[in-house]
Design a protein around this ligand. Structure first.
Ligand code: GPK
Length: 822
């Protein structure tokens, strides 16, 4: 029987009047408050439900369509999804931002203030997690059936406070006031087992099999969030798993009468998804982290088998029904878990199971940094996943046989390619497991994908070159332009219509206005108003006055030595010193803006924050320089706080040591919003420069090959220190205690590392960087020319829409087609 539900206008109507009525209705029936008693949070929740109601129709239609069509589905497995606040984005994608604003303001409420109430789900560290979020937006917008699978951390990335110039970490209690965007689906919970031992047995059909007798288990409960595409009816699902105490694993009987023990077990189970590990590009071999990885991977794969069952598809159809993308090696245990489920649970024979596994999985690498490569100590792994270890041994044995056959007598190669690192203590190499178990392997920018083939994955490239490809990253123009930069959005749309939001290549049409004086003026006006807004935020939060007419020079990203925030700091110190030496020096007034978190255990990164804030204190307090240079460190850089930053930037700092930044995505967000880049030939900078034109990009520094050659021949930072007066002066000033109230010890570790090791070649790139910054200084004075370059940067960023990235993945890896939802 077909049941048609009667949809009330209050749940779907889009006019300001209906939206207002629906909002008041939600305030009354969901928050249980009349207008007069409601708090800001009540208003926010009522607003969120008003928006969610309008999405649920899309979500249900999408689910029905996919079920009826049995559509091929992309499953994006990621330990991180850095979604950012949902409300504003959903309003944009529904196309009702302005109507809702009108509805709310009609009640004399401050719309922006209500939007700002949302605590963002910060379930990621940085680029990798945010990329996953941009990809979900594009998948939905391109009407691709897809699911994001991950972990519902109770505490996401920590909130950062700056006290006395140092980073302090505060627990992120994002669920404190509830989460209106998710729906728990306890009926689809699954069981995840850990520990114990295995034993061989012969089943009743006389087959040799292995049984895993686990020691403990947890329950995985899915929480679903709708991901609506832009101006389409497609709403896909982000399914995040929360760990709870198991039902079937019989603690009740086990703990006969021991109530407290039983409660303890429950608490222990829930610890599994309690907190996101705050390391970015640094592997930490913690047992709980491996538990998290296996937990969400097993939950997600079991979920796929349930979907297959519900759609009455045979096991062999698994790789036709699902294509599974591994976002880095965090979910790489999927190789062994999919094999285990197929072989042990569904009794598929090994070779067939291996075919299915390889056809299903694909792997994206996000970094070449050796300290990021995941390798699990064998004992730890064996204790948690004894059956998976056996499966990995079997995969390895079969794989290495093939290696020996192809490279006869090359024992070193075999050892290098093994899934097990046996030099000393033994480890499982997760990148090797991912490569062997996947049919496709990709890097995230052209240069990075080339370097992968030449360095960390060289042996694997030589073994199966056909698996390798590049998929340059992209970012969604919905959040990063339409939502974050309404003034520029309005201006662009007034010239070329609004099609560019979905087809970013159309921004090229702006090139015909680049010489139009009136358009240039409007462009500057928009940038100026964005700078004004950021200045107001900075005044409000930090009580620092910054001049919107100064050049806004921004570096915002995780704090890392390879990203070289301290090179930027050296430039500031150099400018400061030259003004002090020559008080009448004419320079373009600049505001240096930083934002970013340091991993709590990364001492040098925390010291870099202290260095920046210490320089800020001296510079901003010195009447001789403070009208020419200002330094601001914006605390707690997250998606919410980043949204006003990109539109306000004039200059984007992308200054990593060449060869080390896999792609970067902030570089794209800045350029799309009309900032010019000062950067090295690294990651996606290379392609950005190619697109916008070398004449519209400030290039400096050694290239990858020169970095390698310099290190090869024996790099000595001392030579650079002694042969460059300005460099020596800057470093000496820091070492002298000038920025640390006379304390010469404070920055000693940082200074010593630069002088004696300098693994990221700051000193080698210093001269080139300073020279390039001088060119920036000059160029900014030619307002018209700068405006031209700014317009051309935005106009030529079409390639860096995540829509383009996703189309490439769909065509070349996932082989999946759009399905329209009516
Ligand atoms: C790469 F390996 C990792 C990681 O652990 N975390 C992370 O954010 C970043 N990344 C790269 O550093 C960026 O260059 C890249 O743009 C981003 O991943 C997305 O691919």
């Amino acid at each position: 029987m077909l049941m048609q539900i009667q949809v009330e206008e209050d749940r779907i109507g889009l006019s300001p009047e209906i939206l207002r009525r629906a909002f008041l209705d939600n305030l009354f029936y969901i928050q249980g408050k009349p207008l007069a008693l409601a708090t800001k949070n009540d208003f926010y929740i009522a607003l969120a439900y008003t928006v969610r109601d309008r999405m649920l129709h899309c979500w249900n239609s999408t689910a029905s369509t996919y079920t009826a069509r049995g559509s091929r589905t992309v499953c994006y497995l990621s330990a991180e999804f850095l979604m950012g606040p949902h409300l504003g984005n959903n309003l944009i994608n529904l196309g009702i931002y302005d109507q809702m604003k009108q509805a709310i303001e009609g009640l004399d409420l401050d719309f922006e203030e209500l939007i700002a109430q949302e605590e963002e789900p910060g379930l990621g560290n940085g680029g990798l997690g945010r990329l996953a979020a941009c990809y979900l937006d594009s998948l939905a917008t391109l009407e691709i059936p897809s699911m994001g699978y991950g972990i519902r951390y109770e505490f996401g990335i920590f909130d950062q406070e700056i006290r006395d110039g140092w980073q302090v970490e505060i627990t992120d209690k994002w669920l404190r006031y509830g989460n209106p965007w998710e729906l728990p689906r306890p009926e689809w919970a699954v069981e995840i087992k850990f520990g114990g031992y295995t034993e061989p047995f012969t089943d009743d059909q006389g087959r040799y099999r292995v049984r895993w007798i686990p020691a403990w288990s947890v329950k995985g409960v899915p929480y679903d969030t709708p991901i609506l595409g832009y101006q389409v009816n497609t709403a896909n699902t982000l399914r995040l798993w929360k760990a709870e105490a198991p039902e079937s694993f019989d603690f009740e009987a086990f703990n006969q009468g021991n109530y407290y023990r039983a409660v303890q077990e429950k608490v222990a189970s829930e610890n599994l998804t309690k907190v996101l590990y705050p390391n970015d590009e640094k592997f930490e071999g913690k047992q709980l982290r491996l538990q998290q990885q296996f937990f969400f991977v097993s939950c997600s794969l079991q979920d796929m088998f349930h979907i297959l069952e519900r759609q009455q598809l045979p096991l062999e159809a698994f790789p036709q029904k699902f294509t599974v993308q591994l976002n880095d090696t965090h979910p790489a245990i999927a190789v062994a878990e999919l094999m285990r489920l197929l072989v042990d649970k569904y009794l598929v024979e090994w070779d067939k199971a291996w075919d299915i596994t390889q056809q299903t999985l694909a792997y994206t690498n996000h970094t070449l940094l050796p300290e990021a490569l995941e390798k699990w100590a064998l004992d730890l792994f064996a204790g948690l996943l004894p059956r998976h270890l056996e499966i990995i041994y079997e995969i390895n044995a079969r794989f290495l046989d093939r290696v020996r056959l192809k490279f006869v007598g090359d024992a070193e190669r075999t050892a290098r390619m093994s899934l097990i690192d046996e030099q000393g203590a033994r480890y499982i190499r997760m990148a090797h497991l991912a490569c062997v178990g996947s049919h496709a392997i990709n890097g995230v920018a052209a240069l990075h994908s080339e370097l992968l083939k030449q360095t960390v994955l060289k042996d694997f490239y030589e073994f199966f070159p056909e698996k390798f490809s590049n998929k340059t990253n992209g970012v969604t123009p919905r959040r990063w332009i339409a939502l974050s930069n309404p003034s520029m959005t309005k201006l662009i749309t007034s010239k070329i219509g609004s099609g560019w939001i979905k087809h970013l290549d159309q921004l090229r049409q702006l090139e015909s206005f680049v010489g139009d004086i009136e358009f240039q003026r409007q462009w500057r006006e928009s940038k100026r108003s964005n700078k004004q807004s950021l200045a107001a935020l900075v005044k409000n939060r930090l009580d620092i006055t910054i001049d919107p007419d100064s050049l806004f020079d921004v570096q915002s990203k995780r704090i890392h030595e390879y990203k070289r925030q301290h090179l930027n700091a050296l430039h500031i110190v150099t400018l400061y010193d030259s003004i002090k030496q020559n008080p009448t020096l004419e320079i373009t007034p600049r505001t240096f803006i930083f934002g970013g978190k340091a991993a709590p255990g990364y001492y040098m990164a925390k010291l870099m924050i202290k260095l920046i804030t210490a320089i800020a204190e001296v510079v901003n307090g010195d009447p001789d320089v403070r009208d020419r240079i200002k330094v601001v460190f914006i605390p707690d850089y997250n998606v919410t706080n980043s949204q006003p930053v990109y539109p306000a930037a004039d200059l984007s700092e992308q200054i990593s040591t060449a060869g080390l930044e896999a792609s970067g995505t902030g570089n794209m967000k800045f350029a799309m919003n009309g900032a010019l880049t000062i950067g090295t030939l690294d990651g996606a900078n290379v392609e950005i420069r190619e697109e916008v034109g070398a004449e519209n990009f400030f290039l400096f520094g050694l290239i990858t090959e020169e970095v390698a050659a310099l290190k090869e021949q024996g790099y000595n930072p001392w030579d650079y220190y002694h042969s460059n007066d300005a460099l020596k002066a800057a470093i000496d000033l820091i070492a002298s205690g000038h920025f640390s109230h006379g304390d010469r010890d404070l920055f000693k570790p940082l200074v010593d590392k630069l002088l004696h090791h300098d693994p990221f070649l700051l000193l080698a790139d210093y001269a080139s960087y300073i020279e390039c910054q001088t060119k920036v200084d000059q160029a900014y004075r030619d307002t018209q020319h700068w405006t031209r370059m700014s317009i051309l940067n935005a106009a030529r960023m079409g390639k860096f829409s995540s829509d383009r990235s996703i189309r490439d993945y769909c065509k070349e890896i996932w082989k999946v087609q759009p399905i329209e939802v009516l």
